[in-house]
Design a protein around this ligand. Structure first.
Ligand SMILES: [Zn+2]
Length: 466
């Protein structure tokens, strides 16, 4: 009896699955049709009235958060160079270390305010009248105020309760606004703060006219879904702009930033190469890559993408680090294609394996053809670049040679070129390059003669014949 019931319920379950599957198939079909009508890089096939993915601002914090990076020490000249480079890239605001931090920090803040940059210059201070008084005298366009609201910070850092925090916030906001300066109020460690406390204080500061409220994942604990929930809830509670600051302790910073924009955030904090406290915040380049993939036209119209590499080089040099090998866009292998099947498709249509067009960032793609994974299409493309006439069968034979050699070690482009030249010359002279001994002898001769007139002449001839 029990068995029959089991079978019956299984049947019911199966029929439900069938219904679910058929509706899922039709949903997919509709979605695919919709997808065909939009540009392939589109962020989402569903429009979302909350989303600011195509309308966001960057608050570039290399000169504030970045100064908290373990290796960072920026003298005045370096700060000015970085500020100018960021302005040239097109960030919306740059954020500077509090002028209350030290006498030199105050002087540097004033110096950067006097540069006449196109972007807004903002400084970051504690929620305290003493700091606010110093900040408004520097000439900044805006002040970012921060106050810890988590249980940890209230117990172990400033020891103040929510009533005190709210009162201090209102006092500082009113004062800064009275000076005609933009102000943001952010909580610290927002994701480990009490939600009711958060929403209450944001509502109060919104009412007294703050320009932005800020959410900060100070400890890097949040995941994208939590970010979406919190920002979306906050979006329903305040009318002002929403800025988000995410730490990258668990590798979620850029994903969190993107999700925050989807949920209605307006401003995202970044730093060049992501430098900051511990392992930092969203990198400017990584965040830009993410946003480019969502809306290329918007990002290209707003930011000077070709300046990215220079900004990164400048900051990497200033803090004595290398650009990471896997850095989005500028990592040395960001546009390197290796596997034969990838190389073939890339040569025919780069979009097959590239969501980012390297040329938009002033970068080049590189097809690595000297590996054991290489394919004859890639080798053929190289022989054409060299102006060497080879049939497909001859290119395939050359490719096999390259693979045999690459099984011992990866071959450089120079080695690949040598194989192609040997094949080309041998075939022209009627030599049977299919024999190992013949190939090896000719290859050795070529390597020894490399750089000599005979080879140079042949290469010039091939180029001229192109
Ligand atoms: Zn931070």
């Amino acid at each position: 009896m029990q068995r029959i019931e089991g079978e019956a319920s299984q049947e019911v379950k199966n029929s439900h699955e069938a219904v679910d599957n058929s509706s899922a198939v039709s949903r997919t079909r509709v979605a695919n049709q919709a997808q065909d009508n939009v540009q392939p890089f589109g962020a989402s096939r569903y429009s979302d009235f909350l989303s600011n993915v195509s309308n966001f601002k960057i608050i570039e914090s290399t000169l504030r958060e970045g100064e908290q990076f373990a290796n960072a020490f920026f003298d005045t000249e370096t700060k000015i160079r970085i500020a100018k480079a960021l302005d040239n890239f097109g960030v919306d605001c740059i954020e500077l270390t509090s002028p209350a931090a030290s006498e030199q920090s105050r002087k540097d803040c004033e110096a950067i305010c006097k540069l006449g940059l196109r972007c807004k210059v903002i400084t970051h201070i504690r929620c305290h009248m003493d700091d606010a008084r110093i900040a408004v005298e520097t000439g900044v366009d805006g002040v970012d105020v921060v106050m810890g609201t988590s249980k940890f910070l209230r117990e172990y850092s400033h020891g103040k309760d929510m009533t005190y925090i709210t009162k201090a916030a209102v006092e500082v906001i009113s004062f800064v606004k009275s000076k005609g300066i933009e102000i943001r109020f952010s909580t610290e460690d927002s994701f480990r703060s009490d939600l009711v406390d958060l929403l209450s204080i944001y509502q109060v500061v919104d009412k007294v006219g703050v320009n932005r409220v800020g959410i900060a994942d100070t400890v890097g604990v949040a995941n994208p879904r939590q970010v979406y929930d919190l920002v979306r809830t906050l979006r329903g509670v305040v009318g002002c702009d929403i800025e988000c600051h995410f730490h990258n302790d668990t590798g979620c910073a850029i994903a969190n930033a993107y999700t925050a924009l989807e949920a209605g955030a307006t401003h995202i904090d970044t730093s060049v190469l992501g430098i900051g406290e511990r392992n930092g915040i969203p990198s400017l380049g990584g965040f830009i890559a993410r946003m480019y993939a969502a809306n290329r036209e918007y990002v290209m119209s707003k930011y000077n993408l070709k300046a990215l590499r220079d900004v990164e080089d400048l900051v990497a040099d200033a803090v004595q680090v290398q650009i990471p090998f896997n850095n989005p866009v500028t990592g040395y292998c960001a546009f390197t294609h290796k596997a034969g099947i990838h190389a073939k498709a890339i040569l025919a249509e780069p979009k097959t394996y590239e969501i980012i067009t390297p040329e938009d960032f002033g970068m080049n793609r590189y097809v690595h053809i000297g590996s054991r994974l290489t394919g004859w299409n890639a080798v053929k493309s190289r022989s054409k670049q060299l102006g060497l006439e080879l049939t497909d069968d001859q290119v395939k034979a050359a490719t096999n040679r390259i693979k045999v050699m690459a099984d011992i070690k990866d071959q450089t482009m120079e080695d690949v070129d040598a194989v192609l030249h040997v094949f080309h010359r041998a075939i022209k002279n009627g030599q049977d390059v299919g024999h190992d001994s013949t190939f090896n002898r000719l290859f050795q001769q070529h390597i020894e003669a490399r750089g000599t007139d005979a080879i140079a002449e042949e290469e010039a001839e091939a180029q001229a014949a192109k």
